[in-house]
Write a protein that binds this ligand. Structure first.
Ligand SMILES: NC(=O)c1ccc[n+]([C@@H]2O[C@H](COP(=O)([O-])OP(=O)(O)OC[C@H]3O[C@@H](n4cnc5c(N)ncnc54)[C@H](O)[C@@H]3O)[C@@H](O)[C@H]2O)c1
Length: 256
């Protein structure tokens, strides 16, 4: 059964920036915000997927999303992307820090370089993008930042020490940013997805046995998809959650 689409009326015309919006969960989030009538920009390194998404959404939306090509491992590019988004959309009100790359790398293989690379792609840009966007949110009178963590760091998964570290740190980052930015009416929350069956996940990591194993573990006996994250993310972005900050929301079908 398809996940029903929510409507949050305060998100209409809101200026929204999504990182990693070109494919996977991020693309579903971009579409979710576009469906609200929000004005959306997204950053992604994958130009082909991103341009395809813009083309697809331009057909159905009055305002097509703005694609900002950038590599979020480059902090100057992160800052520039925030400025480009604000210049295109006006004072930003919502930031979704979604981009990541869940490479597997066992303990024995991790090097200084691969460790730093993992933190750069999975953690560092969330801080610097939030830092760059916060002044625009102050200008807008407040805002909402949604950080994508993962339940992976709670599952004792052996093959992802650097990724799990980054995803755990995102919860700490979320709470610290919330502590600082609350005085400016900027809320900061995190979403922890469980196993979300995307095309990329199926191509790279998810065997039929792994999917069946997770369904067995979950309370809900179906696979979750990117659409399962859209409603929760819109809710955190909307003033419907205006009393909620420094929190984590687990969307895992009851796996934990
Ligand atoms: N899919 C899952 O099962 C799952 C589970 C738990 C958490 N999550 C989290 O949800 C978020 C989205 O996951 P996903 O499965 O859609 O990931 P994905 O890999 O399918 O998509 C990530 C997007 O980020 C972009 N990206 C990657 N590196 C980039 C860089 N350096 N600069 C700019 N863009 C870059 C990619 O091009 C891609 O469009 C991530 O934070 C991930 O950790 C996913």
């Amino acid at each position: 059964m398809p996940v029903p689409k929510a409507q949050f009326h305060d998100l209409k015309d809101r200026a929204v920036l999504v990182t990693g919006g070109g494919s996977g969960i991020g693309a579903a989030l971009v579409e979710g915000f576009v469906d609200q009538g929000a004005r959306v920009a997204f950053v992604d390194i994958d130009e082909r997927a991103s341009l395809d998404l813009v083309e697809r959404l331009a057909i159905k939306a009055s305002t097509a999303p703005v694609y900002i090509p950038a590599d979020l491992r480059d902090i100057e590019a992160v800052k520039k992307a925030a400025q480009t988004a604000a210049a295109a959309l006006g004072a930003l009100h919502v930031l979704v820090n979604n981009a990541a790359r869940d490479d597997r790398e066992p303990l024995e293989s991790v090097t200084e370089e691969s460790w730093d690379e993992s933190q750069a792609v999975n953690l560092r840009h969330l801080f610097f993008m939030s830092q760059a966007v916060a002044p625009h949110m102050r200008e807008a009178g407040g805002g909402s930042i949604v950080n994508f963590s993962s339940i992976a760091y709670l599952l004792n998964m052996a093959e992802i020490p650097a990724y799990a570290t980054a995803k755990a740190a995102i919860v700490g980052l979320t709470k610290s940013l919330a502590g600082k930015l609350g005085q400016d009416n900027i809320r900061v929350n995190a979403i922890l997805p469980g196993m979300i069956v995307t095309e990329r996940q199926k191509r790279l990591w998810l065997s039929d046995a792994a999917i069946a194993g997770m369904q067995e573990r979950q309370c809900l006996k179906r696979s979750l998809t990117a659409d399962d994250l859209v409603g929760p993310c819109l809710f955190l972005a909307s003033a419907c959650s205006s009393g909620m900050t420094a929190q984590t929301m687990i969307i895992d079908g009851g796996a934990l």
